[in-house]
Design a binder for this molecule. Structure first.
Ligand code: THU
Length: 133
């Protein structure tokens, strides 16, 4: 996973950010990720007059992942309206974790990090399986 074209992925995130619907916060976000089969998926935030119903960019990205054939995310970046890299919010780190490939990388405000670094000791599908066993 050392051959990730982060510049291209960030450009995809910027394109997605330009599609954001964020009339309430005025804070546009775009996210883009690589899938383990080489596809790229992206998403933008979509807000709502009922504020709490708003969707983060990562929600759209995960929907796009499944709508375009599924798979696991290997690399991720998200940007704000100033095209700056931002951290995915806590809820979205959980969302990404669910669909991550082992060792998934994120371009963050503090450099390249693994999903385990940005969501340590994550609760995930395995916890449910263990409880069922
Ligand atoms: N937002 C995202 O889309 N993703 C994040 O990871 C952080 C926050 C959006 C939600 C809301 O529409 C706006 O940014 C301001 O919080």
């Amino acid at each position: 996973m050392t051959d990730i074209d982060w510049d291209r992925l960030r450009t995809e995130a910027i394109s997605a950010m330009r599609r954001a619907y964020a009339p309430y916060s005025n804070y546009s976000v775009g996210a883009a990720a690589l899938v383990d089969d080489g596809r790229t998926v992206s998403g933008c935030n979509v807000e709502n007059a009922s504020y709490g119903v708003g969707l983060c960019a990562e929600c759209g990205l995960v929907s796009a992942l499944h709508m375009s054939g599924g798979g696991r995310l290997t690399a991720f970046v998200c940007v704000n309206g100033a095209e700056e890299i931002i951290m995915p919010c806590g809820r979205c780190r959980q969302l990404l974790y669910e669909h991550s490939a082992p060792g998934m990388l994120l371009h963050t405000v503090s450099g390249i990090r693994t999903i385990d670094e940005v969501l340590p000791d994550a609760f995930g599908p395995r916890d449910l399986e263990e409880a069922r066993a």
